[in-house]
Design a binder for this molecule. Sequence first.
Ligand SMILES: *[C@@H]1O[C@H](CO)[C@@H](O)[C@H](O)[C@H]1NC(C)=O
Ligand SMILES: *[C@@H]1O[C@H](CO)[C@@H](O)[C@H](O)[C@H]1NC(C)=O
Ligand SMILES: *[C@@H]1O[C@H](CO)[C@@H](O)[C@H](O)[C@H]1NC(C)=O
Ligand SMILES: *[C@@H]1O[C@H](CO)[C@@H](O)[C@H](O)[C@H]1NC(C)=O
Ligand SMILES: *[C@@H]1O[C@H](CO)[C@@H](O)[C@H](O)[C@H]1NC(C)=O
Ligand SMILES: *[C@@H]1O[C@H](CO)[C@@H](O)[C@H](O)[C@H]1NC(C)=O
Ligand SMILES: *[C@@H]1O[C@H](CO)[C@@H](O)[C@H](O)[C@H]1NC(C)=O
Ligand SMILES: [Zn+2]
Length: 613
Amino acid sequence: MFLRIKPASPIPFSLYVLLFVQTVTSSLPWGDINVIVVTDVHSWVAGQRHLFPQAADYGDVLSFYEQLPHDEQDLFFVMNGDFMDGTGVSTIPPTHLLPILEQLPWDVVNMGNHELYHSETVEYMKTSGFIHHWKGNYLTSNVVWSSTVKPIGSRYTILNATHHRARILTFGFLYNFQGNCNTTQVIRVQDAVKEEWFRSVLRHEEYDAILVLAHMDYQDELVSVIHQAIRNIVGLSMPIQFINGHSHRRGSAQLDNTSAAMEAGHFLDTVGFVSFPVKQTVLSSNATLSLFQHAFIDAAVPDLARALEQTSLHITDSGEVLSSLIRQTRDLLQLEQPVGCAPQTFRLGLPLDDPSSLWALYMDHVVTPKLLRRNESLVYIQGTGLLRYDLYAGPITIDDIIAVTPFNDSIYSVVDNVDGELLRALLQAMENSSSAVGTALPQFVSTLLSYDVIATNRYELLSSDYDAPRICQLISLIQPEIESSCRPSLYLLTPTDALMINLWIAYIQSQWSCEWHQDEEQPSAVFFLAMLFLFTAFACLIYHFFAPGAFPSNGNTSRETLDDEKTPLIRNRYAGSSCERDLPINDTTEHKKAASLMLPQHVLVSVFEKDQL
Ligand SMILES: *[C@@H]1O[C@H](CO)[C@@H](O)[C@H](O)[C@H]1NC(C)=O
Ligand SMILES: *[C@@H]1O[C@H](CO)[C@@H](O)[C@H](O)[C@H]1NC(C)=O
Ligand SMILES: *[C@@H]1O[C@H](CO)[C@@H](O)[C@H](O)[C@H]1NC(C)=O
Ligand SMILES: *[C@@H]1O[C@H](CO)[C@@H](O)[C@H](O)[C@H]1NC(C)=O
Ligand SMILES: *[C@@H]1O[C@H](CO)[C@@H](O)[C@H](O)[C@H]1NC(C)=O
Ligand SMILES: *[C@@H]1O[C@H](CO)[C@@H](O)[C@H](O)[C@H]1NC(C)=O
Ligand SMILES: *[C@@H]1O[C@H](CO)[C@@H](O)[C@H](O)[C@H]1NC(C)=O
Ligand SMILES: [Zn+2]
């Protein structure tokens, strides 16, 4: 059967035939060369169900792409890197993810920094045939294998635009990422554009426009570095289109009269569209900038349909096959397994003193009781790149927890027996570094404030495997002698084991159970639970009536509220340093000593550069 209909669709079959037969004109701003863009999807192949009521999965995106007017337009489809890390479909190595990605007819794939954290991932991309699958169009203009110094994919490719008989010279750059595994090497963009191959390609290939996939923010200064290097060789009339990524936002910029940049969101919240001219069109135009256009389509089924001028998205055969592969993969990995129910939504980007702050939930309610078990000699310090996604009110699945903490990090003991003075200096430097650029969060959070450190005490520092070596690096900068004893090791004293995700699961299972949210489809279970609830409520009422004072006076169901811990919240500790001003300082000598142990600001920033985007 050529046509497939989504089962629940209210649109009659004949209308589908009509829609399919009619030429799709579509509302997109078509140009000479047209490109559909996805970037930084981070394994959100099933779409973002918390963001859109009808989130598009990769199968829907494929259906959309297949129905664009390929017979009339020069049209390409690109992926700009960072397919790893974000949901449970992303494993190390990515055995479940790569077969899904290979179903997409991408013309070019660029490499993101997340493909480079683990050598198992990048080696599997090669041995599994994934890189080969793209037939020379997996691009790594500035990433090489350390052993051979040869590029992992291809340095460039030429796309053939048949309608315009045009050739599009295409590169794939990565920003100057330093956190890559040591089997790979990222060549600085400034150096890559000086290499002979780059100049030679620009001088000797024949092409009508240049497309640069650049896994870097569209406002990154490295965009200008590439832009200038190309311009110096090709002159002003050659169109250059940048497709950006990494900063996880939507944006666009004009670089000069014949070049533009655009970036299309993240986590499959956006299907990007960009169009640009070939050189011949530029030469015959007196308003060249208007030839560079773009559009951002919400990655929701109705929005994709609207962009095709369909009333309801028609699902193609391959779209259907891909959607079911995604469903099967998620079933196999048991990602829908329920864990509990969140009483409210917790947001990643909120400052720590906000009642809906995800970071405050993590530090005060997950880490302090479950990991540290309120042992005041233990201090947990964490870079804020660790958590990645909001936790939404209502039923929580394993995949929702993986989305919050996708790196499968473990807890590490960074260093044991650190004296209070050194710890205070470290925390002071971290507190001073405060907010990371563009967010309300500091670069670090810690379960102890520098002010609360007791100089004569000794502490054990805990962190994640990702941040532990960086903390060693910082401490060694303050006190070089400590370098030899700073040997992070797995911390195995947690209730379950050292895996961070288990801390979350333990917390949610113990505090946020939600029997009545499950089995909603089964009336008998709902009925039974309703009866149980009524009975309990009745029993409570009777009990309350006869034994006042046994219940909190505000009448909240305490199990569903956040304040599960008996000790008062320590959250306002993060609100600022007001307590430092309010409280008298008696041990001035101690403070003087601590002040001599100092770390320059720029060092901190460089050690903890925000690589985890
Ligand atoms: C997470 O890490 C643990 C320990 O390193 C490993 O056993 C487990 O398989 C990993 N989980 C995933 C989904 O990769
Ligand atoms: C474009 O055509 C050239 C030959 O003219 C060929 O070498 C190249 O592989 C083609 N590009 C793609 C992406 O197929
Ligand atoms: C890469 O790192 C691993 C372990 O982290 C180490 O054993 C190996 O020697 C390193 N290789 C190179 C080439 O530095
Ligand atoms: C860019 O275009 C505008 C008008 O289209 C023109 O005034 C300006 O001189 C152009 N700039 C360059 C550098 O060519
Ligand atoms: C630019 O082109 C338009 C039509 O293509 C023409 O009407 C207009 O006069 C031109 N302007 C200049 C300044 O050449
Ligand atoms: C608290 O942590 C310290 C440092 O790891 C440890 O030596 C001590 O035994 C712990 N105290 C308790 C009560 O577990
Ligand atoms: C923190 O910042 C304040 C003011 O900017 C400065 O006086 C102090 O020396 C800094 N402390 C550290 C440990 O960097
Ligand atoms: Zn990313």
